[in-house]
Write a protein that binds this ligand. Sequence first.
Ligand code: FE2
Ligand code: FE2
Length: 381
Amino acid sequence: MSIDESTTNEQLIGRADLNDLEAILAVSASDQQESIRAVEDHADAIFTWDYEKGARPALNKLYEKAKVSMWNGETDLPWDTVVDQEQVARDNMALGTFGDADLSHTPFAKWGDKEWTNLGMEFQNWSLSQFMHGEQGALICTAQIVETVPWIDAKYYAATQVMDEARHVEVFAKYLDTKLNGHYPINAHLKMLLDDIINDSRWDMTYLGMQIMVEGLALAAFGLAMQVTPDPLLKKLLRYVMSDEARHVAFGVLSLKEFYDGLSDKEMLERQEFAFEAAVRMRDRFLQQEVWDRMGVDVKEAVKLFDMPAEIKNQDPFQQLLFSKIVPNCKKLGLLDANDGWLRKRFDVLGVTQFEDWADTGEEYLEMDAVTQDRLAAESA
Ligand SMILES: [Fe+2]
Ligand SMILES: [Fe+2]
């Protein structure tokens, strides 16, 4: 199939120019008042009568690993840590690049330390809130995989992931409630992506959207957040969550590898398009538009002042690193190069293809098992 026959940006993302700022900001969070939200899933619940455990050895190994690497969000984290959110915000803001823009003749010219510190706290509230909402998305998607995947080893493993995700939602919610000073509703771009993943009736699309794309990005984002936070509680929380997330991404890679080997070019193209759409939606949410709104400044003005133009942003190391797990995993699955490199060409535009030969997550989870490492260290102490 030639890539000319594939879907256009307009059809995939809803805009012809991927970097059309007006169009990105026009998507705003709606239904903030609702306490629940219903999303239709169109998938069949699949029973299997083939109970042979270990028919897929790599998934069986992952399942056994998951059983012994469970942790308790209430008792394994140092919740008695005192978190000085203002100080954390000041530390985080000192790492940022806000001082570089010319702020004279803008609303920010009048801002003092208090406003900048508040902004830092809101960024934190926003980020942790999005982590929490994403975790709930993972909880729901993985429960869906328990129903829809036809293999018993995958159902077993997915069941352990459901427990992991419940714990992740729990610890992020507790951190927000007890250590930070506000919540945010789900970002509109993240919500659209989760809706698309849940809506799709094909079981492998749930994996691709959640385990490969959302969790691949989360694994990289948590890693970056863990490195910069001065708070020992958040550091340990993220380290333990990442230890689980590495298994989850491996679950996606190991399951899809087998399934994709049997797909036609046309079916692969549909997966490539889905991966590309997910990548753009995740990139769009980095604008953190809801924070500017809450700070009472014009969102477009703030974004134009502080957000890098797309050509530069695509060269930004931080932005690029967020895709450092997704790209090698897409390559391993054959998504990068199928159909004359359809996805490779688009990832080139996003400036992320350079990660293609980084470690994929199919085996990396063994090195990232922080829970087991801590237990062994405690035993030998
Ligand atoms: Fe998670
Ligand atoms: Fe996960």
